[in-house]
Design a binder for this molecule. Structure first.
Ligand code: BES
Ligand code: ZN
Length: 451
């Protein structure tokens, strides 16, 4: 192991420089104009895996390409599938970035760029750790397969088909995912639950053009007003989602788990500071961690209507639209939520407008067992790299394909993340601390040995 540690020490700057190369590629999967960049990022990842001595390929799909690679086979060793994504969320609002999102730079010990933590920086830790074993350890102590996709941030549609068609090829004993975070700075975590998601665009249409709000106001339905009333009707004062049947399939949290969550060293003040707000909100009757990780939610992610320019403009907008999401927990399904939404909104819509509900993506939640020797191996690897034993957590975010991977491949799933809650994932000024990047590589290198 010390040859590996040595190698990691000596190559730290090189790893950073390579991460910077990938961060310079604006692989925004949601933006059709960036499709060429997304493809370029896929080739960059495939080339790096090949250069480290793996067989690697870029698989074209109906959507963005998938990168697949395998390390040289070592007989009698377990096989680990590493899943990650090279696509990123859109960078806007651009004016809030202190440095351009695709021109990475280091400030105060952190790498600033879109994708730094989610997920380019974290994903590459598993590539560099393999390179260390191949170049300085006489070869990997496990067989590694890499499945790195370009559609995680838009729902992983193409990947589901690839997995279904390649279950033999992807066969493995464990799946490793690093697309989440630590529990708190310096406090590593093994995550055993992810929420699912059901995401929709809702459009309300009224008159066939914007109308003068003096001449028409008060006499016809305003689509913007109709939309916000409908949207706010989806949740009550106590934070309970008002979709019929929404809670029917929700599995109540076992008392034992509630106690375990309550026992985590959670610092609410630090959390609020990281979020940059002064108070909490959420469904009554549940602790903050329960609400964040283990209860379903409803959010408005985007809201658009009417005049957005300087000064005022007195109109009744002809349409209004919103992007909304529901985070889901066991055993809710995105399809059921979608059906309930599509039935409810037209029913509560006022006269004079038409409502459209378009599903954008969905994924079920995930709970994995912590009761396996592989989880113990991960525990030892994290303790080695962080100098502290990991805590067991859930996460509120979603990684749509993990449920499919586990179901189709039937392998133990290890959700290990190196990021922080205030890394600004999906926000302006996304970052990844240089120390976390290096700790992540060390944890990963150790993980291969422990497994
Ligand atoms: N890295 C996140 C998932 C995540 C977020 C894990 C927070 C742990 C904590 C991932 O890249 C992501 O953002 N996923 C999307 C999926 C969606 C677009 C289908 C999400 O959760 O919003
Ligand atoms: Zn993300």
């Amino acid at each position: 192991m010390s040859a590996i540690e040595d190698y990691l020490q000596r190559h730290g700057d090189e790893f950073l420089a390579e991460l910077f190369e990938l961060l310079r590629i604006p692989s925004v999967s949601a933006d059709p104009d960036r499709a060429g960049d997304v493809e370029r990022a896929a080739h960059w990842v495939a080339d790096k895996l090949a250069a480290a001595g793996l067989t690697s390929e870029v698989v074209a799909t109906e959507g963005h390409p998938i990168v697949y690679a395998e390390s040289p086979h070592v007989a009698g060793r377990p096989t680990v599938l590493v899943y990650g994504h090279y696509d990123v969320q859109p960078a806007d609002p651009l004016e809030l970035w202190r440095s351009p999102p695709f021109e990475p730079e280091i400030r105060d010990g952190s790498i600033y760029a879109r994708g730094a933590t989610d997920d380019k920086g974290q994903m590459l830790t598993h590539l560099f750790s393999a390179r260390a074993w191949i170049e300085a350890g006489g070869g990997l102590p496990v067989n590694l397969k890499y499945l790195i996709e370009g559609e995680e941030e838009v729902g992983s549609e193409a990947l589901a088909g690839f997995i279904a068609a390649n279950t033999q090829r992807l066969a493995c004993d464990a799946i490793v995912v690093s697309d989440g975070g630590q529990f708190a700075p310096g406090q590593p975590a093994i995550t055993y639950g992810l929420r699912g998601i059901a995401y929709f665009e809702v459009t309300v249409r009224g008159p066939d053009r914007d109308l003068h709000s003096g001449s028409f106001g008060g006499s016809i339905t305003n689509p913007a007003l109709a939309l916000v009333r409908m949207l706010s009707g989806l949740i009550d004062e106590a934070g309970r989602v008002q979709l019929p049947g929404f809670y029917d399939e929700v599995v109540p949290l076992p008392d034992e788990e509630r106690r375990a969550l309550a026992g985590l060293p959670f610092d609410e003040r630090q959390y609020l500071e990281q979020a940059g707000v002064s108070g909490t909100w959420g469904e009554s009757g549940y602790s903050l961690l329960e609400r964040r990780w283990a209860r379903p939610t409803y959010d408005i992610c985007g809201l658009t209507s009417g005049y957005q320019g300087a000064g005022g403009k007195t109109i009744i907008p002809h349409k209004a639209s919103a992007k909304i999401s529901f985070r889901l927990v066991p055993n809710q399904s995105p399809e059921t939520v979608g059906a309930a939404l599509a039935a409810m909104l037209p029913e509560i819509a006022p006269p004079g407008v038409v409502v459209e509900v378009e599903p954008l993506h969905g994924a079920p939640s995930l709970l994995v067992s912590l009761d396996s020797p592989r989880v113990k191996a991960a525990r030892r690897a994290l303790e080695h790299a962080f100098g502290r034993a990991p805590v067991m957590t859930r996460e509120g975010g979603s990684i749509p394909i993990v449920a499919t991977l586990r179901e189709k491949l039937g392998a133990d799933t290890l959700l290990l993340g190196w990021g922080q809650d205030d890394d600004n994932a999906h926000s302006p000024n996304e970052r990844f601390s240089v120390a976390d990047f290096h700790r992540g590589i060390r944890a990963s290198a150790r993980l291969w040995a422990e497994l």
